[in-house]
Every structure is written in C-alpha cells, then in structure tokens.
Ligand binder design. Structure first.
Ligand SMILES: [Zn+2]
Length: 84
C-alpha cells in the first residue's frame, strides 16, 4: 500500500510507540525515506515525547492526539496543500 502524508500522520504515534503492524511500519518507513515533511513531523513528535519522558510524564494528555492532529492540519495547510 502506498501511503500519503495524511496516512503517515494518522499512524505516527503508533509508529513511534512501535505498535504498528510490521507491514504498515514498512509502508510508513518507505514514505518517510522520501518525504521531508513527514520526516520533520516524526522528529518533532519524537521530541515532544522525549520532553514528556524527561519530566517523568509517561501518560500523554487526553487531548494530545487531538492537538497533534490539529497541528498537522496546520502544517498541511501551510506546506502541503496536496499531499502526494
Ligand atoms: Zn509525507
């Protein structure tokens, strides 16, 4: 399956947590290899999670995922109106 940016963003927290199916994970990695936007999104998502881990807060806020997706929508609107 060929993923577009939005597919990857929907899966990025599972990707970081390592809970994706191996097949899906491979698809995400294939996309990340050639997509700078998603690589940047992955980096900043990871940074947020690392920051939280440093503060010994391992549970994400209830609306974390909602906020993340709102942020991604913003990025999409600014940088990738037509994700390939
Ligand atoms: Zn992408």
């Amino acid at each position: 399956m060929v993923l577009n940016c939005r597919h990857v963003w929907d899966r990025i927290s599972d990707y970081i947590e390592g809970t994706l199916d191996p097949e899906v994970r491979a698809d995400v990695e294939r996309h990340l290899a050639h997509c700078e936007i998603c690589s940047a999104v992955l980096d900043s998502t990871r940074n947020v999670i690392i920051l939280m881990a440093d503060d010994r807060v391992f549970e994400l806020p209830v609306d974390f995922s909602k906020q993340l997706h709102a942020r991604l929508d913003l990025v999409l609107a600014e940088e990738a109106p037509e994700p390939a």
